[in-house]
Design a protein around this ligand. Structure first.
Ligand code: TXA
Ligand code: MG
Length: 364
């Protein structure tokens, strides 16, 4: 049975934190909020605890975990070499949504790093998370607290949906602030390489360290490329329905999605004779333009923060709607769009169609 404890970020209950920390020290699993997504916490220095983490998530054990720390100084005990720009980057972005990869020290077991000689480290910007890390011994491994292959959890209820009965405790700190996972930066390369885009953008990093590369496998679905972050090779964040991303400016995308939806609803039938159920991922600005389908707003184009915040929640909602196909608008033009599109493209299994291809075939 999983204990669920509500916790108030502005008045953190010490007793609950101490109890949660004790569970971690004894090798148990505690889910907790961070500013990005909820994490599934375990003692990062305990190989057996890592095994339990993989089992609870149903995650392949070659997919390494991120070690979470509560103070910057804790980093130097678990890494072997310290790349030149480490302190500069940590001072600018920690605590925050940035994970850095280093050569690991002997202290970190291979169970935590999926057999790799490197370790991913992050200091989260959430007081509940940091208090839990301190109470749990200072090093807490935490993958996103979802079942492997489901959208990452952005509230405690999502964690319960996936992991109730499989973990010891969930700390419910309400909805997260950002909603997409941290940026992952491989510090073992020169220049450093972004392995997963997040709220700390390439441009923000370049302001601090000059040149930063982006791993090629992030942008494509090219299966001949071996991803540097093992987790990126799995079809993550996948909704149950088939999903297609429609690229192009919002005006064209709305026309294209309306056309596709109309064709399916009016002329399409499933194998069993039933009509298609179509989901549409729209925005606050375009929602009212759609006539058919189950339309959900992912947020406002005017405020991209609302989009990262709602992204995984909307994918989960569509899982419950039992739709057959989801058409989604796309995002381009702002720095954070790399992170947004990375998640949407993965959910769509990289099925991306330019709006112009559809509207040019069938003009209104
Ligand atoms: O925002 C986040 O990072 C959240 C919260 C809970 O902190 N955590 C998270 O963890 O997203 P997870 O396990 O869902 O994703 C970690 C990713 C995986 O793709 C994994 O392959 C990669 O980080 N990773 C971890 N250690 C690595 C390493 N040593 N080398 C390369 N990639 C690594
Ligand atoms: Mg994950």
């Amino acid at each position: 049975k999983t204990r669920i404890e509500k916790i108030d970020r502005t008045a953190i209950d010490r007793t609950v934190i101490e109890e949660a920390g004790k569970i971690l020290k004894e090798g148990g699993l505690v889910a907790f909020p961070t500013e990005t997504v909820y994490g599934l916490g375990a003692n990062a220095l305990d190989e057996e605890a890592a095994k339990k983490t993989y089992a609870a998530k149903g995650r392949p054990s070659d997919n390494p975990l991120i070690v979470h720390i509560a103070e910057k100084e804790a980093l130097y005990d678990i890494i072997e070499e310290i790349p030149e720009d480490t302190a500069k980057i940590a001072d600018r972005f920690w605590p925050g949504p940035l994970t850095m990869i280093f050569r690991k020290s002997e202290k970190v077991p291979y169970g935590t790093t999926g057999g790799l000689d490197t370790v991913a480290v992050r200091m989260p910007d959430d007081e509940i998370a940091r208090e839990l890390i301190r109470a749990g011994g200072g090093y807490v491994s935490a993958p996103s607290a979802n079942t492997s292959g489901r959208p990452s959890p952005t509230m405690a209820q999502h964690v319960a949906e996936d992991l109730d009965g499989k973990i010891d405790m969930i700390l419910d700190g309400g909805s997260v602030n950002i909603g997409v996972e941290s940026t992952i930066l491989d510090m073992t390369s020169v220049p450093p390489v972004i392995l997963r885009p997040g709220a700390v953008t390439k441009e923000m990093l370049e302001e601090v360290v000059g040149e930063v590369d982006i791993d090629k496998t992030i942008l494509s679905d090219d299966s001949t490329q071996i991803p540097k972050a093992p987790g990126m090779k799995y079809r993550h964040y996948a909704p149950k329905a088939q999903m297609v991303l429609i690229e192009g400016d919002p005006f064209d995308a709305v026309r294209a999605i309306k056309q596709l939806t109309y064709d399916k609803v009016k002329f399409g039938k499933k194998e069993n004779g039933e009509p298609y159920r179509i989901g549409i991922i729209a925005t606050a600005e375009t929602m009212k333009d759609y006539t058919y389908g189950i339309v959900k707003s992912i947020g406002s184009r005017e405020n991209r923060k609302t989009i990262t915040k709602n992204l995984y929640g909307v994918l989960r909602e569509f899982d419950e709607e039992n739709v057959d196909i989801i058409y989604s608008e796309a995002f381009s033009g702002e720095e954070i769009d790399a992170a947004i599109m990375n998640r949407l493209a993965k959910a769509a299994g990289h099925k991306i169609i330019p709006a112009s291809e559809i509207v040019k075939l069938q003009p209104y």
